[in-house]
Every structure is written in C-alpha cells, then in structure tokens.
Design a protein around this ligand. Sequence first.
Ligand code: SF4
Ligand code: SF4
Length: 137
Amino acid sequence: MTHIITSLCVRDRGCIEVCPVECIIPGNPVNEFPLVYIDPDTCIDCGACVPECPYSAIFPEDEVPSAYTAKGGEYINKLGLTGHFEGTNHHGKPIVLETTRQLTAGEVVDLTPDTQLNYDFFKSGPGYSAKDSDTGM
Ligand code: SF4
Ligand code: SF4
C-alpha cells in the first residue's frame, strides 16, 4: 500500500523532507500538476509525512475519504478550478496557485479521485523528473 496526497494539498512542502525514502515529489509545471505526489512503488507506508502536513492532506490509500466534510475555509487544489491561493510554504517561500477553490463549512467532497492522480503522476506523468524543474514553490 501507499499513502496518498489529496487535493487538500496546497504545496506547503512540510512533508517532503521527513520522508525516509524521498518519494514525495512536487508536481511541475504547477499549472499541469498542482499537487505534491507520493510514488506508490517506493512509499513504505511509515506515516511520517501525515503529521507534518498542516492541511491534513495525506491519508493511507485505503482511508482516502470519499465524503470529506469541510471544516470551512480550507482549499481544494485541482485542475479545472480557477480560484487564486496565496500563502507561504514550510521554507518561507511564497506559494501562488490558480487552481483552487475554498470550501464552505459542511460541504462534502470526494477525495478518492486523487489516488489515481498520484499513480498517474509517476506512471504517465513527469514523476521524479519533475525535480529537475523544481522552483521551490
Ligand atoms: S505538507 Fe501537506 S500541503 Fe504541504 S506539500 Fe505535503 S501534503 Fe501538500
Ligand atoms: S508514508 Fe512514509 S514513505 Fe510514504 S510518503 Fe509518507 S513519509 Fe514517505
């Protein structure tokens, strides 16, 4: 099994350094791969990344919620959305995303499609080569 980063991720990057097998890769280009992704073939399911995420975006694969109930104010980050997000990441660098939408309290969202996005990023997307064009955002 693997852990999965869902579209609650806004690229804070807090999870990346704690992964003992270095299998968490920021997507690039950001306008095509707006999340940070976990290589399912390398992840050892240690769970170290989960508490590092300030946005609670990481789940064991079999616990990715199909009906995530929003607290209100958190962002969904995925292709097809057009909302603007600005923040500061774990390293103090600015984050700017144009593929977001802010959730309202009580809104229910299916996060399970994000599992396939993690797999596809490594199978048919840039995978580890995204590191070569990493800008730190
Ligand atoms: S810490 Fe959370 S928000 Fe930040 S990159 Fe990792 S999964 Fe995404
Ligand atoms: S569960 Fe462990 S091995 Fe898998 S991505 Fe998180 S930190 Fe890395």
